[in-house]
Design a binder for this molecule. Sequence first.
Ligand code: ZN
Length: 193
Amino acid sequence: MERLRKAEWIHYANGELDTYIKFVNEQIFPKFVLAKRGYDFSPSRRSSRGGMYADGPGINMAMYHYCKNYTGERLIRVYEYKSFDSSSTIGGFYTKDKYQKLDMVLLHELAHAVQYYAYRINNTRCKPHGPIWKNIYKRLREEFLNPHLGDQVALKTEYDDDVASITKRRKSDIPVATKKELDALFARAASKT
Ligand SMILES: [Zn+2]
């Protein structure tokens, strides 16, 4: 990805994070600091992470996968973890907004960073996607993402129609091989053995 486009995405992500952290400071933990923000654009980096780093709570984002496909408006289904993907507050969704998939992962990973901070402050522990994390993530989602999601029923209908028309088109595009062509292919395959 070219440098200018990378810089734009990083600029966007940093702006979002600043807003989210302000909310965390005002509503949850006044002294929470995000000590590390990593943006990894390598295509091989598939998953993002949030948690405790050497310098304190931090996140590291697998940026390539949120940014690579956006050349124009496109309706996509964004998936959350399978166990809560169907949740209306912390689950996946349909969107045409080029930033909302990234927003979701920023909120998800920031919630992990805050969770580890909470462990330290409250001297407690729980599962990575357990009640402490879910509570933080839900508050962040309801503040910053859910109110901005489009009409999910309408978007789902449109998405399903898109999928159906693509499937139909693919089927009719595939030319049916004639017997003569198949015989030729099999003969070629046989001659190689
Ligand atoms: Zn997670």
